[in-house]
Design a binder for this molecule. Structure first.
Ligand SMILES: Nc1ncnc2c1ncn2[C@@H]1O[C@H](COP(=O)(O)OP(=O)(O)OP(=O)(O)O)[C@@H](O)[C@H]1O
Ligand SMILES: [Mg+2]
Length: 1107
């Protein structure tokens, strides 16, 4: 089945009229009402024929999605509701398929949405044209040129937060397949005065704010800039920040875009250096200085800024300083230098800033063009997009407005020319008679401005070049003379008396009646702006810069290329570029987008009728509609026309088999439409009046409703019938299923009865058989049992007989063996020697001993003296031998073990042995000391510098050096002391200072007392009457008591040959000065952990609690 294609039309679900050509009646009010109605329903686009009117919605509408792009792709212009995509698609397809170069002209006042529209067109074309890596890169570069140009060329104005301050025309080039190859951008008249001064509430160009907000600290430092906007005189402060605009993030976007477009890192750097230099120029200030000749001269106030600019741009500071102070005029061979006064210096400074920036901007455009230039030489198809300032009428209109309006005048002219031309061409193509169309041709206004002899621009140039004093007033005078008679020129001073009494026209103004309205121009500044003067000294200073970009921006500064001719004026430059543009546009098929601003507040949903009316007037939109409607208001190819209205006539409905034109003829005749209302072209029907079209539409609507009813009727009938048939079919199916089910039930019942009967009979039969079989089986079993018993009796009898037989046989064998033994012994006895028995016994014994020792050799335990293993005794008679052997082996292995010791180890073990003899089983502290090695010198007296004094005082070898606690006799508290034992003395020294407190010769130590418990307390008793004993005995405590006591004991023995008395008792007396105090050891609580505590109980008792 062929796929059904749904044909839609602009006329479907139309809000108001989608095409103003169909507006009835046509006047300003109905025009505005229609726009408003559509705007209120979010329809921001409306057609005038093929022209798109776009009203800025000031909010993002969901009508630019990829789905929308698909919707409009490859559809005819009038098929869907008006949209900028429809225009873009139409333009792109006729470029691709019909090989016609296109241009899209976007006009409208500031903030009307021109730039957005141009971006929408570009993005639509990018979305529908070819794909592939290379093509995508080209697209990306073309699209990314926008953010760069917007950053440098756009600014916030009172009318638009992102106002383009330059005109832009971009040619996008395609190959024969419609894939983009590259592009060329032309820029027009950047509003450079903004660089040095901005009106209230407006900003300078975006890039200045973007750098200061977005650049890194490091980058700013490199550019010698500070982040604070208020530091720069050129930045208007009252609206430095714009709501909803993130300058910092835009800066990143711009840098990224520059990279994509193909700017090298050093180029980007240079660009920003120039921007920084411009910004800093504004901070240079001048002061007057009087000179001897009475003239005022200007001097730079603070040279710091100048110095930084020069560092940034590589300009010699003295050169630039001079250029700000002098002006050299060269005429023929003569050079005359004059000084500049303060005002002139400021003028020069601003002129330099403006020139630097505007030249930088042009350089950027050239540089972008280099990047996006098509790489091939093949023939290209071109689509131009023109985003240019629309007609401007302000309160004060100056040179800029004059130039802009001139450009618009030219665009209007080309519009009229091309629209009429197209109309005419279509008529000729369609074979319809051409009737003259009345319209206003603005060529006369263009001529007023651009005429080479008498045009205003020519006059201005002439005035600028004229020797003698030239002012704006002399220019106006001249205009008044030359243009006085021109119909569209008005001035109060002109010879023509028409305006003598027109008070609305001041003396310093002239007025032009543009096609879109009257505009009054203030003549002030015309001459200056047209001259656009930059002192040669400054351009030469710039050329001398050691900065390749700045040098390139001022080629005229090169003294070698000195040109005494004046550079072309701004006006003539613009005129020339407009002429080139017009020439360019004339070769292309034009597409128009007319942008309208609905309100002054940049707000959504507000439709200010007065404002819109003003724009409609000066955009000449009604004029547009009239021109478009002059012949026929509506035209449509025959096929879609027949397709749309064929239901209105029986012959053509539902199918017309024949040529579409004949079908339409039949249709129109049948409908009785008056003949003057339409005309048949070759491929289209032309309808003169919108009324006729609407009549057709109404009829169609009516007919569609009828048809819908008919379709509904047929559909309902069909639906009921199908339903009935279905029910019928269902009923048959259900009945058949039920019958089958009931028969099945019946059959199953009979079957189960038969099975029951059958099973009873089978059971009875089986039981009978079972009984018989059981009887038979029991008979067989009885026979078997009887046989078994009988066989058993037989077998047992046989066994008994065999057993008796065997017993008899065995008895015989034994008797026989005894008898034989006896016989042998009796016979052998006479051969047996008397001592043979002992010999055999000894031999046996020897064998056993040998075996025992051999076995012992193999089972020897290890050589470790603590190994308790010893093999078990094999024979009882070896018991004592076995024990003795064990003892000898142990002694031997102990000796072996001892033999390994060095002398030092021996000494240690001797000491340990001594300690064991003294304390084992006597003092509870002893077992813990066994594992501790006896170190003696715990304090390293000789090494540690802290003890140097002590070491010097003791010259003997130190046996013990350890910290002990000396117990205070008065309260039992402990104090740290160093305990030293030398060969001859016991010493106690202060622990901190190392001074010796007591020194006792060993001979004076009589006894050492200690408890039997687990504590380190001990008393050193001294000989009565000895010198040391005067202070009494020492009561000390130490962690190494066992070691100390042992060493003391040994040393005393070796020195005095007397055994030191060591008393171990839980109660002993200690001599304290005159008194004897009893030290008593008791079992204390565990309150203080394991530390014994000492307490003085009374005069005679010191109690030590041992936990
Ligand atoms: N189609 C649109 N959808 C949503 N917002 C829009 C649309 N067109 C324009 N705008 C809004 O209006 C603002 C102004 O638009 P735009 O910059 O295109 O104006 P313009 O005509 O180029 O003005 P100028 O002459 O000052 O450059 C945009 O920043 C955007 O916020
Ligand atoms: Mg713009």
């Amino acid at each position: 089945m062929a796929k059904m294609e749904v044909k839609t039309s602009l006329l479907d679900d139309m809000i108001g009229v989608g095409d103003m050509v169909l507006l009835e009646p046509l006047n300003e009010d109905s025009f505005i009402n229609n726009l408003k109605k559509r705007f209120d329903h979010n329809e921001v686009y409306t057609y005038i024929g093929s022209v798109v009117i776009s009203i800025n919605p000031y909010r993002s509408l969901p009508i630019y999605t990829p789905e929308k792009v698909e919707e409009y792709r490859n559809r005819n212009f009038y098929e869907l509701s008006p949209h900028i995509f429809a225009l873009s698609d139409e333009a792109y397809r006729s470029l691709r398929d019909q090989d016609k170069d296109q241009c899209i002209l976007i006009t409208g006042e500031s903030g009307a949405g021109k730039t957005e529209a141009s971006k929408l067109v570009m993005s639509y074309v990018a979305a529908v044209c070819g794909k592939g890596a290379e093509v995508n890169q080209v697209k990306e570069q073309l699209l990314q040129s926008n953010p760069v140009l917007e950053a440098f060329g756009n600014a916030k104005t009172v009318r638009n937060d992102n106002s383009s301050r330059f005109g832009k025309y971009m040619d996008i080039e395609f190959d024969f397949k419609g894939d983009p190859l590259g592009g060329v951008i032309s820029n027009y008249l950047l509003e450079k005065s903004r660089v040095v001064k901005q009106p209230r509430g407006e900003r300078n160009f975006h890039i200045f704010y973007q750098i200061l907000s977005g650049a890194s600290e490091e980058f700013l430092c490199k550019l010698k800039l500070e982040r604070d906007f208020s530091r720069y005189n050129y930045l208007g402060l009252d609206s430095a920040r714009v709501n909803g605009v993130d300058d910092a993030s835009n800066f990143r976007t711009v840098r990224n875009a520059m990279q994509i477009v193909g700017f090298m890192d050093h180029e980007t750097q240079s660009v920003f250096e120039v921007v920084a230099a411009v910004l800093k120029l504004g901070n240079i200030e001048f002061k007057p200085e009087s000179r001897a000749n009475g003239l005022d001269e200007s001097k730079i106030k603070d040279k710091n800024e100048l110095k930084e600019i020069c560092e940034l741009t590589g300009i010699d500071q003295s050169v630039l300083e001079r250029a700000f102070s002098f002006r050299t005029v060269e005429a023929k061979q003569e050079k005359v230098s004059t000084t500049l006064n303060v005002a002139q210096a400021y003028y020069a400074r601003d002129a330099l800033a403006k020139n630097l920036y505007s030249r930088l901007f042009s350089w950027l455009v050239t540089r972008i063009n280099e990047s996006i230039k098509a790489q091939t030489k093949v023939r290209k198809k071109v689509m131009g997009v023109l985003d240019i300032y629309g007609f401007e009428i302000f309160e004060d209109n100056s040179f800029e407005q004059f130039i802009i309006n001139y450009c618009n005048e030219k665009l209007q002219q080309i519009f009229i020319e091309l629209t009429l031309k197209e109309e005419q061409e279509e008529y000729i193509r369609e074979g319809i008679e051409w009737t003259h169309i009345e319209y206003f041709n603005n060529a006369i206004i263009c001529d007023l401005i651009e005429n080479n002899q008498t045009g205003i621009l020519a006059m201005l140039d002439e005035e600028c070049l004229r020797p003698g004093t030239v002012t704006d007033d002399t220019f106006l005078e001249k205009l008044n003379q030359v243009c006085a008679t021109h119909q569209h020129f008005e001035s109060r001073m002109s010879k023509c008396s028409r305006f003598l009494n027109d008070t609305s026209l001041p003396h310093s103004c002239f007025r032009i009646q543009h096609y879109a309205g009257k505009v009054m121009y203030q003549v002030e500044g015309f001459v200056d702006k047209n001259n656009d003067l930059l002192y040669r000294d400054l351009s030469q200073a710039m050329w001398k810069a050691n900065h390749s970009l700045i040098k390139a921006l001022f080629p005229e500064g090169n003294p070698a290329k000195i040109n005494l001719k004046r550079p072309p004026t701004a006006g003539s430059q613009f005129k020339a570029s407009v002429a080139t543009l017009m020439k360019n546009l004339q070769t292309k098929n034009p597409n128009y987008i007319r942008c309208i601003k609905p309100n002054d507040k940049k707000a959504a949903h507000i439709f200010n009728e007065a404002l819109v009316c003003h724009q409609i007037r000066y955009l000449g939109l009604l004029e547009n509609v009239r021109v478009r409607r002059a012949g026929y208001a509506f035209r449509q190819p025959y096929e879609p026309c027949l397709e749309r209205y064929k239901m209105l006539c029986k012959q053509t409905w539902p199918h017309w088999r024949g040529p579409a034109r004949a079908g339409v003829e039949v249709l129109f005749n049948e409908l009785g439409i008056p003949e003057e209302e339409f005309s048949f072209g070759r491929s289209k029907i032309f309808i003169r009046n919108p009324r006729t079209l609407f009549k057709l539409e109404d009829l169609r609507k009516q007919r569609l409703e009828d048809l819908a009813t008919l379709i509904e009727k047929i559909y309902r009938g069909w639906k009921c019938r199908t339903h009935f048939l279905l029910m019928k079919k269902c009923q048959i199916v259900i009945a058949s299923w039920y019958r089958r089910y009931s028969q099945q039930k019946k059959y199953q019942k009979i079957k189960s009865s038969a099975i029951t009967v059958q099973s009873y009979i089978r059971g009875w039969k089986a039981r009978k058989l079972l009984r018989e079989l059981k009887h038979l089986k029991r008979c067989n079993e009885a026979a078997t049992v009887i046989a078994a018993y009988w066989h058993g009796t037989q077998a047992r009898r046989e066994l008994r007989r065999l057993k008796d037989e065997a017993r008899n046989k065995h008895a015989i064998a034994v008797i026989w063996a005894f008898w034989l033994g006896h016989k042998v012994r009796r016979e052998y006895r006479k051969f047996f020697r008397a001592n043979a028995g002992r010999k055999i016994y000894e031999f046996t014994l020897q064998r056993l001993m040998q075996k025992y020792f051999l076995e012992m050799k193999n089972k020897m335990p290890s050589l470790s003296p603590i190994d308790k293993n010893w093999p078990a005794r094999p024979y009882l008679f070896l018991d004592s031998t076995h024990k003795e052997l064990k003892r000898i082996f142990h002694l031997w292995r102990c000796k072996k073990y001892r033999d390994q010791f060095t002398d030092q180890q021996k000494l240690i073990y001797e000491e340990k042995l001594e300690a064991s003899e003294l304390f084992k089983d006597k003092k509870a502290l002893y077992p813990a000391s066994v594992g501790q090695p006896f170190q003696g010198a715990y304090l390293e007296i000789s090494e540690n510098p802290k003890y140097k004094k002590l070491k010097d005082a003791v010259d003997e070898k130190i046996i013990i050096a350890e910290v002990v606690n000396k117990i205070n006799r008065a309260n039992g508290k402990a104090a740290s002391r160093i305990f030293l034992l030398t060969k001859n003395n016991v010493l106690l020294a202060d622990q901190k200072s190392g001074t010796i407190k007591s020194e006792v010769p060993l001979g004076d130590v009589t006894k050492v007392s200690m408890s039997s418990q687990n504590d380190g307390f001990f008393a050193v008793h001294l000989k009565e009457g000895s010198e040391a004993a005067s202070k009494g005995d020492f009561l000390l405590s130490s962690d190494h008591l066992i070691e100390m006591a042992t060493k003391l004991y040994r040393t005393t023995l070796s020195q005095t040959k007397q055994k030191l008395n060591i008393e171990i008792s839980d109660e002993f007396l200690v001599q304290f000065k005159q008194d004897k105090v009893c030290v008593k050891f008791i079992q204390g609580s565990q309150k203080n952990g394991n530390i014994p505590t000492c307490k003085r109980k009374n005069n005679r008792l010191l109690e030590v609690a041992v936990p």
